[in-house]
Design a protein around this ligand. Structure first.
Ligand SMILES: Cc1cc2nc3c(=O)[nH]c(=O)nc-3n(C[C@H](O)[C@H](O)[C@H](O)COP(=O)(O)OP(=O)(O)OC[C@H]3O[C@@H](n4cnc5c(N)ncnc54)[C@H](O)[C@@H]3O)c2cc1C
Length: 275
């Protein structure tokens, strides 16, 4: 049975080239001043969706919200094999925090469903390398009422009869196998696959595919719920925390047991160890 997948792809600043004017006075990122790249984990999400389509049929639609230049990541998604691409681009969407971003993207998934038919799988990266919150995937799952499967590094099984998916989640020091009914929202980790390169035939074939650009005239969302107006979060400052360096001097430091006792006493005195 064919599956319709939507893959969220974000254009992010190239973190190898961060300059002094990276942030605006409002605390949002100054995207115009920075070179941009495909968010790395979104390439893995795209590859996972393409593998599902290649094995079991269906289609893959890439979706992004950003300035007109974000069309570059969508064009690249098409080169890599996506069947369609939608860009949400409107000044009214600009300056969105995770709440407003996940709302607009969830509404776009619904609009894609209206246009093309039921969506079974939504894929995203675990987190974007600029905002770094890892909240957008779960936010979209909540708004769409989909089961969220986060930190996925493998699809174990997709059962077309029962419409069930079984995935492996990569947790710290262990894996977890989880099963859920479709539709689901999946966020992926970077280690899971090696994204395919756009080959010349793929580039030529994708030359026909159009990127649909949707402004808020298409989605008709209440302006109080999108962009800066719909964003209660304000990033007031970004800084590296200063680490205080101290010295510990004491008789107990002569042997390992004494050192351990001294450290435990110190941590307890600062309430840093559970009793
Ligand atoms: C330095 C910095 C700090 C920020 N801190 C916060 C904060 O603390 N709280 C807050 O609410 N906002 C914050 N933001 C704003 C944040 O960048 C936006 O809300 C952003 O659009 C989504 O959040 P994220 O980048 O953290 O996404 P994440 O949740 O980390 O992204 C996970 C995945 O969601 C998908 N995705 C995310 N955004 C898009 C998009 N625009 N189009 C398509 N797919 C997308 C991608 O697949 C991505 O891999 C911050 C921005 C910056 C630059």
């Amino acid at each position: 049975m064919p599956y319709r997948s939507v893959v969220l792809v974000k254009q992010v600043p190239d973190t190898k080239n961060i300059s002094g004017n990276a942030m605006t006075p409002e605390g949002t990122i100054n995207r115009a001043a920075l070179p941009a790249v495909f968010n790395p984990e979104d390439l893995n999400a795209l590859e996972m969706a393409l593998q599902v389509r290649d094995r079991q049929g269906g289609e893959v639609i890439a979706l992004s919200m950003g300035p007109p230049s974000a069309a570059e990541v969508l064009r690249e998604a098409l080169f890599r094999g996506a069947d369609g691409a939608v860009l949400l681009s409107d000044r009214k969407f600009a300056g969105a925090d995770t709440l407003a971003t996940s709302y607009a993207l969830a509404c776009a998934v619904r609009a894609i469903e209206k246009e093309r038919g039921k969506v079974d799988l939504v894929f995203a990266g675990r987190q974007a390398i600029d905002g770094d919150t890892a909240q957008v995937g779960p936010g979209i799952a909540t708004r769409l009422g989909y089961t969220q499967l986060t930190l996925v590094d493998r699809i174990e099984n997709l059962d077309p009869q029962k419409r069930l998916i079984r995935v492996r989640r990569k947790l710290e020091g262990r894996h977890e196998i989880v099963e859920a009914p479709l539709p689901v929202m999946i966020t992926v980790v970077r280690e899971l696959n090696r994204p395919r390169y756009p080959t010349v035939p793929m580039r030529l074939a994708s030359g026909q595919a159009e990127i649909s650009t949707w402004t808020n005239k298409v989605l008709q969302l209440d302006e109080r719920t999108i962009g800066l107006k719909g964003s209660p979060t304000c990033v007031s400052r970004i800084f590296s925390p200063q680490r205080d360096k101290g010295e510990m001097i004491g008789d107990g430091l002569r042997d390992p047991k004494g050192t351990a006792n001294l450290l435990i006493a110190k941590l307890l005195s600062k309430d840093l160890l559970p009793l």
